[in-house]
Design a protein around this ligand. Structure first.
Ligand code: CTP
Ligand SMILES: C[C@](O)(CO)[C@H](O)COP(=O)(O)O
Length: 254
């Protein structure tokens, strides 16, 4: 796979004394979910979806900034941060129209950190192991993303909906979050983007911002197939199943 894992001991040794910051994104509208409320507040396993990503970073990061919709800041402070006792969340701030605007708002609110992780709040099944791998990757390579190799054949469609070509699957990855960076690097990348080209349609992740505005190469590290982005309604029961551990039980039985 060409990916890397590290023992917990190696990871901890590498980042000892470094402040780890996390920006957790929850300012999206969830239009593809089509629910009455943004998907990050839907109840999964008895708790709001956003709870699970925050729980994973509470035990791995030193400081967390939660980025929400403008009208949801108070709700998140009272009903999520206070209610569930998240102590590492230093600020809850409003995001912007696009994901990259929300990331920028989160970076502005986060204190100085040697390593910064950016995570979709819509990925509730992220594990501490994957987060630790992203931390170690940021330390070693300055910029990294977690992801998994694609399993299906991928086709590029032409304008009429016919298959134009079939890229070599062995070099294709599905990219996930967290995406991890040296703190100075990710701030430099986002500051440059805001100054030079504040409107960037087509920028869908943080690695693209770093590649485009700093030229730094981004390392791909192994994520987890279970680290899904809850996007459409059929993702909800899958996430619930992963969070409850049902899948592990099934595996052991078979
Ligand atoms: N302006 C935005 C857009 C997205 N996000 C966050 O970025 C993550 C990934 O985005 P996506 O799954 O596309 O969420 P939505 O934008 O909410 O979904 P949709 O595109 O279906 O509206 C989510 O955690 C979402 O809350 C954000 O913080 N600010
Ligand atoms: C960052 C991301 O989750 C990596 O797969 C993804 O690009 C977010 O994209 P979306 O357009 O916000 O769904």
């Amino acid at each position: 796979m060409g990916s890397e894992r590290g023992s917990e001991f190696e990871i901890r040794r590498a980042v000892m004394g470094r402040k780890i910051g996390a920006v957790v994104l929850a300012a999206g509208k969830g239009s593809r979910m089509g629910a009455e409320i943004p998907k990050q507040y839907l109840t999964v396993g008895g708790k709001p979806l956003i709870y699970y990503a925050l729980r994973a970073f509470e035990s791995t990061a030193d400081e967390i900034v939660l980025v929400t919709g403008t009208d949801e800041v108070s709700y998140c402070k009272e009903e999520i941060i206070e209610r569930y006792g998240f102590r590492k969340v230093s600020r809850v701030v409003a995001g912007g129209a696009e994901r990259y605007d929300s990331v920028y708002c989160g970076l502005c609110a986060l204190g100085e950190c040697e390593i910064i992780l950016i995570h979709d709040g819509a990925r509730p099944c992220v594990t501490e192991e994957v987060i630790e791998r992203a931390i170690a990757g940021a330390e070693k390579y300055r910029a990294c993303v977690v992801g998994m190799p694609v399993k299906d054949t991928i086709k590029v469609a032409d304008k009429k909906g016919f298959a134009a070509c079939t890229p070599d699957r062995s070099s294709l990855w599905m990219i996930q979050t967290p995406q991890g960076f040296e703190g100075k690097l990710i701030r430099e990348a986002y500051n440059k983007m805001k100054q030079e080209q504040p409107l960037r349609p087509g920028i869908t992740d943080d690695a693209m911002v770093v590649e485009t505005f700093t030229g730094c190469s981004v390392k791909l590290l192994e994520g987890d197939y279970r680290n899904i982005k809850v996007t459409t309604p059929e993702d909800l029961p899958v996430a619930e199943c992963y969070l409850s551990g049902t899948v592990e039980t099934c595996r052991k039985k078979s």
